[in-house]
Design a protein around this ligand. Structure first.
Ligand code: ADP
Ligand code: MG
Length: 368
């Protein structure tokens, strides 16, 4: 037996309590692990999706010292389902002997668009045309036209299209940048043929497994659908898949990853693969792996952080995954219950707000 393996029966602690945590916990329980979830009380009285599933629930602020003691005493490994967990907490858990996977280095890259883009450039992975604008540092004499039409994104804390704005003119840039009031990047809008993502896993023994590519469609900056196989575009050749997969492996090795990463790419009409961003955790675009892949992304996450042999996030069945977004979502999910070949996942969020991810449905063997 490999003594660095974390075996079933041990406790896994997840920091964060959203749907990604919930589905990781389901995979952890299936493999025989016990679980803890630690997340602050953001909405009093409302169980966040992962809280409802955990063996131990720690609904406390991330600054709570007694909770740090409790986690270190009980958890064989600590992981994250959200990249914006305070780095100081991760560092303290590590300093006091906790095994945190992926650890502070990976989270520091993923928390900052600047760091992740710089890493890609350093590794020779092409990125979108962009320019950094520091808070208060917008100079009107600059040649902004080279980056317009563009998308202004905050360096930190953006997700699901939040913290980013479409800008078409210098006037718009000035007003939107003032509104953002923080360090930003202005990216030239890419007229892409397709958006794709890829998942790479690496365990502490250095075993690496890379997934098939999936194709994503966004609406208002939020993922709407994901499909496999990649069908819509002849632009995505076998060669492009290999380029994207190799880039993912390169990043995993560079970061000495112990866990999983999902990388998003734009594929241009001329076949260039432009890195967009990286998530150090399970990702919405791989939810279809629960039903359609040999190993789901959530099980791969658990295997990777426990230094167990990796599985294959390779698809055996064509699928389409559709997100169910808050607002009028009740009318969205009910019809799926009577559709054979569709698998409905509702996250158990009590508050349905426009733009909030409430659930998803995976349609196996969708008709074209
Ligand atoms: P988030 O953290 O919100 O996922 P992203 O940078 O991935 O932020 O942007 C969300 C979506 O907005 C992308 O998946 C894509 O559809 C669109 N988008 C972002 N940047 C660009 C760009 N430079 N060109 C074209 N579309 C973009
Ligand atoms: Mg994204």
């Amino acid at each position: 037996m490999n003594t660095s393996q974390i075996l079933p029966g041990s406790t896994i602690c997840i920091l964060g309590a959203g749907q990604l945590g919930k589905m990781s916990l389901i995979a952890a329980h299936q493999l025989g692990f016990k679980t803890m979830v630690w997340s602050p009380d953001s909405v009093p009285g409302v169980l966040d999706p992962a809280m409802a599933m955990a063996t131990h629930r720690l609904r406390r602020p991330f600054s709570c010292q007694t909770t740090i003691d409790e986690v270190l005493k009980n958890a064989a490994v600590i992981t994250t389902e959200w990249e914006n967990i305070p780095i100081t907490l991760i560092q303290e858990l590590q300093r006091r002997g906790g095994i945190v996977r992926p650890g502070n280095l990976v989270l520091e890259f993923a928390q900052s668009r600047r760091h992740e883009k710089q890493m890609a450039v350093q590794l020779g992975i092409p990125v979108t045309r962009h320019i950094w604008i520091e808070q208060g540092g917008l100079r009107l004499e600059h040649n902004w036209a080279a980056y317009l039409p563009g998308i202004l994104k905050t360096n930190k804390l953006g997700y699901d299209g939040k913290g980013q704005w479409s800008v078409n003119s210098v006037e718009e840039l000035v007003s939107v940048f003032a509104q953002a009031d923080t360090d930003c990047v202005l990216e030239k809008r890419v007229d892409f043929a397709a958006e794709v993502s890829v998942l790479v896993a690496r365990n502490a023994d250095g075993e690496i497994a890379v997934s098939d590519l999936v194709q994503n469609t966004h609406q208002d900056g939020i993922l709407d659908t994901t499909v496999w196989p990649i069908c819509s575009s002849k632009a995505i050749t076998r060669q492009i898949s290999v380029v994207v997969q190799e880039a993912a492996v390169h990043v995993a090795k560079y970061l000495v990853l112990k866990g999983i990463l999902v990388l998003e790419f734009f594929i241009t009409k001329t076949g260039q693969c432009l890195f967009n961003e990286v998530a150090p955790r399970p990702h919405n675009s791989f939810h279809g792996s629960i039903e359609a892949a040999h190993t789901s992304q959530f099980e791969q996450h658990i295997r990777a952080i426990c230094n167990l042999p990796l599985g294959a996030v390779r698809f055996h069945t064509p699928f389409q995954m559709k997100n169910l977004i808050g607002g009028a979502w009740e009318s969205d999910w009910v019809p799926w219950m009577s559709q054979s070949g569709s698998r409905l996942h509702l996250y158990g969020k009590e508050d349905s707000k426009p733009g909030r991810k409430m659930g998803h449905v995976t349609i196996l063997r969708p008709s074209k």
